[in-house]
Design a protein around this ligand. Sequence first.
Ligand code: PEP
Length: 251
Amino acid sequence: MRQQIVAGNWKMNQTLEEGIELTRLILEKIDKPKGLVVIAPPLTHLKEIGKMLKVRKHFHLGAQNCHQEEKGAYTGEVSANMLASVGCEFVIIGHSERRQYFKEKNDVLAAKVNVVLSKGMRPIFCCGEPLHIREVDTHVGYVAKQLKASLFHLNEADFRKVVIAYEPIWAIGTGRTASSQQAQEMHHAIRVLIAKKYGKGVADSTSILYGGSCNAQNAAELLSQPDVDGGLIGGASLKADDFAVIVAAMK
Ligand code: PEP
């Protein structure tokens, strides 16, 4: 059975004090999740929030990005080693906002995946198409290219540690969600692609999360799809009640 995972990406939101309170509420409202819950707060909060999560089973600490180099003169950046040293177990790589605003390309993302794995953490690798690609019906090929370019150099043992998040860009933070049918179609296509490269056993055990305006109202429907193994949640992860409902929707 593959793991069900709901990950909250707080992005650049919450002061430390607010983040601690949000974490306290999340831990209070979520008792025994059916799968893993990952919280990815801003860098400045990792240590404190990590301490709160550590004492609870099924809760894990994640980061939103890291630099591809091991260390060095990269002012303002953070390394995978630093993230591991404060207890991170997951790192989101290739979020569409990183691709768009920080011009992160597939080859840099492949290097980030490598460094995260080399420090014993698991990448949550984001892929997804912009609206104009969806409109001309080439979204499956577009996402396949992203996965091939940034993940398919991995050996099987490393690939098994990767979590994939399919996030159609037109659905992120827009309130416009992919229909459960659109999500299932793409998740299935991704699984078929993985099976071709690594075999059915690996494909069947890879967790593929959906992200893009997933909220308390639509989570049950989206997460019930056979190839949707949880969610990467932005806006709704900042509201403890809504996040708890989404976590409860895991299969
Ligand atoms: C995200 O940023 O990964 C995301 C899915 O955001 P939202 O849920 O706000 O659309």
